[in-house]
Write a protein that binds this ligand. Sequence first.
Ligand SMILES: *Cc1c(COP(=O)(O)O)cnc(C)c1O
Length: 452
Amino acid sequence: MSEAVRVLLDESRIPRNWYNIVADLPAPPPPPLHPDTLQPVGPDDLAPLFPMELIAQEAGSERFVAIPQSVRDVYRLWRPTPLIRARRLERDLGTPAKIYYKYEGGSPSGSHKPNTAVPQAYYNAREGIRRLTTETGAGQWGSALAFACAQYGIECEIWMVRASYDQKPHRRSLMRMYGATVHASPSPVTAAGSRILADHPDSPGSLGIAISEAVEVAGADPEVRYALGSVLNHVLLHQTVIGEEALEQMAAFGEVPDLIVGCAGGGSNFAGLTFPFLREKLAGRMNPVIRAIEPEACPSLTRGTYAYDFGDAAGLTPLLKMHTLGHDFVPDPIHAGGLRYHGMSPLLSHVYELGLFEAAARGQTECFEAGLRFARTEGIIPAPEPAHALAEVVAEALRCKETGEPKVLLTALCGHGHFDMNAYDRYLSGEMEDLSLPQEQIDTALAGLPTL
Ligand SMILES: *Cc1c(COP(=O)(O)O)cnc(C)c1O
């Protein structure tokens, strides 16, 4: 790491504000609707699920939101995160491109998720909430929220998608170590889970199903609230600490990115890295191409439709206008569990509709190939999710090799893969395959979209 960037790791460089891109967009995003009245949801509709401060942030349009000092104090455990030039990867590829990555894997739970888990636990604790419920896919969000709840002395109850629960027992252990209770989803603990188990006893689960379970339990108890690790506006807001730091650090390197690439599941790490750069782009101060990468097995941006849909499988959430594969869509159990969500953040979907970034899909084997190449050159084992972005970075760097263009590439390495060894083992032993997603499967799920 260069001297310049080491200076920027001083804790005084932790941003003082989160950035809300809504203030700078030419049109506001369509509001979430109440499924019965089809009217925009108000604070009262959301009050059973979220604390008032987060409800205000969800609907807010102020450009900057001050980060509470208590949250900055916890951020200090791992922020600012380093921005690193991948010189060894560049050399291995023989590319004239410069590759920079913002590494979020040094957080307590190993991903970018604590950036929002900490403020969410903080606001709930401040409003007297006793317990938070949530869902988790790969387990990264569950472990982040379990850690954050422990910081503020509140309980944490987690529904973990069955496919990941079985594939990643050590993520479950981590959540328990931080003091959380963990159920495999679908679970017999809730009505939503029981209904699905009755029809599909072997269901691998999905984020949509797990959300239904966590929302059901939170909605039934006034001392319990729900927390979501992606998708919602306040989550994207909190994640902008990534991009704000990266902006300053790229400037310290004397670089302006030509291309920014991130993986997108619900869209939070991608938005967190790119929104501050998008602000600069909208203001005419730089002009990077911005590209989201999603898995071929769950391609909400590239093959989904832009429509109002439920955020969960059982239809308990408000209707969200987003790129979606339909709330009934259950993606194949690929190893990038964090990218197995049927929808895309409504705010990010809106920004996509405004034409402000591009999207592409990649199959998992080439992502693991890129992940392995990264591990062998840079030393860090990437989580399967950011390996999707790395596959795109590698492809772009190889294009630069052909054209001779010394482009500046920037990506978010949003988590490490230390809990993903089963997946890497499968790749190394040649057992991993790319699963094709037939159009009929998408059409069937889209036929279940709510009619307005
Ligand atoms: C949760 C997670 C994702 C997917 O969520 P986004 O909201 O799209 O960022 C991607 N990578 C990692 C490491 C995750 O933990």
